[in-house]
Ligand binder design. Structure first.
Ligand code: MTE
Ligand code: CO
Length: 423
């Protein structure tokens, strides 16, 4: 039998229009479809008329072409050149707590290093009994663990410090992702080398051209840090540090060194670029906060949001968003429809894991009036997400990093959503 394309462009467009109208009609009332002359459910469609692709057509599966708009995006004025760059996770299009591998935001300071796993080596040296060099195969012979963690860049929401700037949670909050890592505890690797009693700090270095280096206190290194080689069940993507990266649960993304090549044990921090001129917070007093490792309790409503306006009119409404904390689990998420005057408790659904994204929902009937949507997360240590004004009062006007302030989305009567600030 000859192969027939699954849907010709013309009929595909027709489906898209008909499909959306159909869904809206069902939501409104079952009878509306008949009254409107809807035929998408009564007529045989192309996908039922012709056989589709066989199993050899897609050896590595891809999302439906109708989802082609669900992609990482960058903000051109933030990307100074092609190698020092950042793009953002399309949070407004995702659900649940796991970020698909191909949609995890990327931040790299010297482009994507393409490492040959056969030539991968991890060196451990410094204040150790036995300096060692591991191959990837060596690393995989330590006991493996699977852990779900969020990774957030300390600069996430950094552009919002001085006011509402970017219209979409992808851009205001999209420097976060959450995947299941498979890897080995850093502790096993360090124990094999034998950390000397004066070894209190660890320097992690990447193999990329930026030679990203960060100092990590030994206590954290021996606690929950991992060297991961898989994410969501498959090998790390090159963008995320293939073949191995450091996982530093709950701490700022910059410390999660990708393409990890060297671990040096020392007796004090190194004060490299990324922990002095960068990733420190200059206060109004002229002093700077340093070693602000933990990513504070934070949340954002992902839908409705500027890139996900309300298209269905008033009535039954599902609001959803994400919450996370570098201190552990999320205890509760509150949602306000009126800019923080009244709060209701949202429903957290799905796993509630320490230092992982949490998914929350809040269902309500929208009466079609203006909304000022906010979410406020509270973590297991009782820390409450602050307002942006509270943050500014505490940190002054110079900050870039660690903005965990409450976000406000204004929804107008048409369902159009905009990034605003209310004080
Ligand atoms: N590691 C190396 N080797 N090179 C880098 O440029 N960027 C860091 C960190 N690790 C970086 C790196 C920064 S600033 C962040 S936020 C995270 O990686 C981003 O991880 P991702 O690209 O998996 O989202
Ligand atoms: Co970063």
């Amino acid at each position: 039998m000859t192969k027939v394309p699954m849907a010709r462009p013309s009929s595909r467009r027709a489906f898209l229009k008909g499909g959306l109208a159909g869904a809206a009609a069902v939501a409104a009332s079952a009878g509306a479809a008949r009254a409107g002359g809807e035929t998408v459910i009564t007529e045989v469609q192309d996908w039922a008329r012709y056989p589709g692709d066989g199993v050899d057509a897609r050896p590595y599966g891809r999302p439906s072409p109708f989802e082609a708009h669900v992609v990482r995006k960058n903000v051109p004025w933030l990307t100074s050149d092609t190698i020092s760059s950042v793009n953002f996770t399309p949070l407004h299009e995702l659900d649940g707590i796991i970020t698909p591998n191909g949609l995890c935001f990327e931040r790299h300071h010297a482009g994507i290093a393409e490492l040959d796993p056969a030539a991968y080596r991890l060196m451990v040296h410094g204040l150790v009994e036995k300096p060692l060099v591991f191959t990837l195969a060596d690393l995989k012979r330590f006991p493996r663990e699977n852990r779900i963690y969020f990774l957030e860049c300390a600069a996430n929401s950094g552009m919002e410090w001085r006011g509402a700037q970017l219209n979409g949670c992808q851009f205001t909050h999209g420097m976060v992702h959450c995947v299941m890592y498979t890897g080995v505890r850093l502790r096993h690797i360090l124990e094999e080398a034998g950390v000397r009693p004066d070894g209190k700090w660890l320097l992690a270095e990447g193999a990329d051209a930026s030679a990203m280096t960060r100092s990590i206190p030994m206590e954290k290194a021996l606690d929950d840090c991992m060297v991961a080689f898989a994410m969501n069940g498959e090998a790390l993507r090159p963008e995320q540090g293939y073949p191995a990266r450091l996982v530093v649960p709950g701490w700022e993304g910059n410390m999660w060194v990708k393409w990890l090549r060297r671990l040096e044990v020392g007796d004090q921090p190194w004060h490299h670029r990324e922990e002095t001129s960068k990733y420190t917070d200059l206060l109004a007093s002229g002093k700077a906060r340093r070693f602000t490792w933990v990513m504070d309790v934070k949340s954002v409503i992902t839908s409705p949001s500027p890139q996900a306006p309300i298209r269905h009119g008033k009535g039954r409404m599902v609001l959803t968003g994400l919450a996370w904390s570098g201190n552990g689990r999320i205890e509760r998420v509150d949602v306000s429809l009126d800019g923080g005057r009244n709060w209701k408790t949202a429903r957290i659904d799905g796993p509630s894991l320490p230092m992982a994204l949490h998914r929350f929902y809040y269902e309500f009937d929208w009466d079609g009036s203006d909304l000022y949507l906010q979410s406020r997360a509270i973590d297991e240590k009782g820390l409450v997400q602050p307002t942006k004004d509270q943050l500014r009062a505490a940190r002054g006007p110079n900050s870039i990093y660690h903005n965990n302030g409450i976000q406000t989305w204004h929804v107008d009567k048409e369902g159009v959503v905009e990034n605003v600030e209310i004080s």
